[in-house]
Write a new protein. Structure first.
Length: 247
């Protein structure tokens, strides 16, 4: 697999609070690892939270690299435990320093094992699966507008421009416990995986994301650059984190 990730500050923000992790080499017992985290909080706290989420997750994997993985469910359990550890680390740090009080982060974590992607997810960072003909959003946003959409109060077209679109209903580190979604998908018909923050998805629709991928040469770095450039051209209202994994 080929994997490339980049973070761009965007056109409107004065600091970056997004963080990514990209590794095609083993991290602990996992053969590869891809993470996007979008932090939130007061002065600098968002960047602290997103960075801590990734570092503490990876440290957990390394500390438990001798565990026995026998089933697919064991993989998703490991991802969930890693995020729970990150939640604990961020939450405890927020209690130790008033400047970090209430900080938190979204987190989308993926690993690929024998053509299966294993995914753990909190917040509104997303994972997409794509081929030439289709794009599939594999995550469901934990956000206020997603709840409003599911209840029929707003339409799909209204979600991207809704004034409350940045309000998330789950985050890593804001409370002592966190609810984590886990899922797995077969990648046999997938050409690309995309992990991204809402700095991309608030600027581009799923169809526009797919079109950026389709009109590229197929190289992962070109796709990442095209997505970031297009999101900035449409306003770049937030930090933009993008990881493309090409099979």
């Amino acid at each position: 697999m080929q994997a490339i990730g980049k973070v761009d500050i965007g056109r409107k923000r004065v600091r970056n609070e997004d963080a990514i992790f990209v590794s095609n080499s083993p991290i602990g017992i996992l053969p590869n690892l891809y993470i996007v985290a979008d932090g939130m909080g007061g002065h600098k706290a968002g960047s602290i939270a997103s960075g801590l989420a990734i570092s503490s997750f990876c440290e957990y994997l390394e500390a438990h690299k001798h565990i026995d993985i026998k089933t697919r469910e064991d993989v998703t359990i490991l991802l969930k435990l890693g995020i729970r550890n990150a939640n604990h680390v961020i939450y405890e740090k927020s209690k130790q320093d008033e400047a970090y009080n209430g900080m938190g982060t979204t987190m989308t974590v993926a690993t690929v094992i024998e053509d299966i992607v294993y995914l753990a997810h909190v917040g509104d960072t997303r994972l997409y699966l794509m081929n030439e003909g289709s794009i599939f959003q594999a995550t469901t946003d934990h956000s206020l507008v997603q709840e409003m959409l599911e209840q029929g109060y707003i339409s799909e077209n209204e979600t991207r421009a809704h004034p409350q679109r940045h309000i998330i209903t789950r985050a890593v580190g804001t409370y002592a416990k966190v609810k984590i979604d886990t899922v797995m998908f077969d990648l046999s018909k997938v050409q690309y995986m995309l992990l991204c923050s809402d700095g991309l998805t608030s600027m581009l629709s799923n169809e526009e994301i797919h079109e950026c991928v389709r009109r590229s040469s197929g190289e992962a770095e070109e796709i990442v650059d095209s997505l970031i450039e297009t999101a900035n051209a449409k306003g770049g209202m937030d930090n933009i984190a993008v990881i493309i994994v090409k099979k």
